[in-house]
Unconditional design. Structure first.
Length: 116
């Protein structure tokens, strides 16, 4: 569509929830299926390739970036099935304080940890 000069593309797969390819977080494998539903849903590893639960979201995002010219247009998808797992170090210097019906926790910041 980019090569044809399309100005926009509409993608919709939210009706595909039982097929394992919807553009939403999806069960990676059988361990993530609701109990008792194994025959109702497909998981992302059906073909033997383990993908992260957000694979189709990331795939669509990469397609968007290709369409906008932010990354090179290619017939080979640039989206990796799994993102590298990054586990930050455990925090250090943990202290706890108690008073007035409250608990206060403090710790030393760790590089690479999410700020929530």
């Amino acid at each position: 569509m980019t090569r044809l000069g399309a100005q926009g593309i509409y993608i919709s797969m939210f009706d595909e929830f039982n097929e394992g390819n919807q553009i939403a977080c999806t069960a990676e494998d059988a361990s993530m299926e609701p109990v008792g539903s194994s025959s109702l849903y497909f998981t992302l590893d059906q073909d033997g390739t383990h993908c992260s639960s957000d694979y189709y979201l990331r795939l669509t995002g990469d397609g968007d970036r290709m369409f906008k010219g932010q990354i090179p247009l290619t017939a080979t998808r640039p989206t990796q099935p799994m993102l590298p797992l990054v586990i930050p170090s455990a925090p250090t210097g943990l202290t706890a304080g108690i008073g007035n019906g409250q608990v206060t926790l403090n710790w030393t910041a760790v590089t690479g940890a999410a700020d929530v």
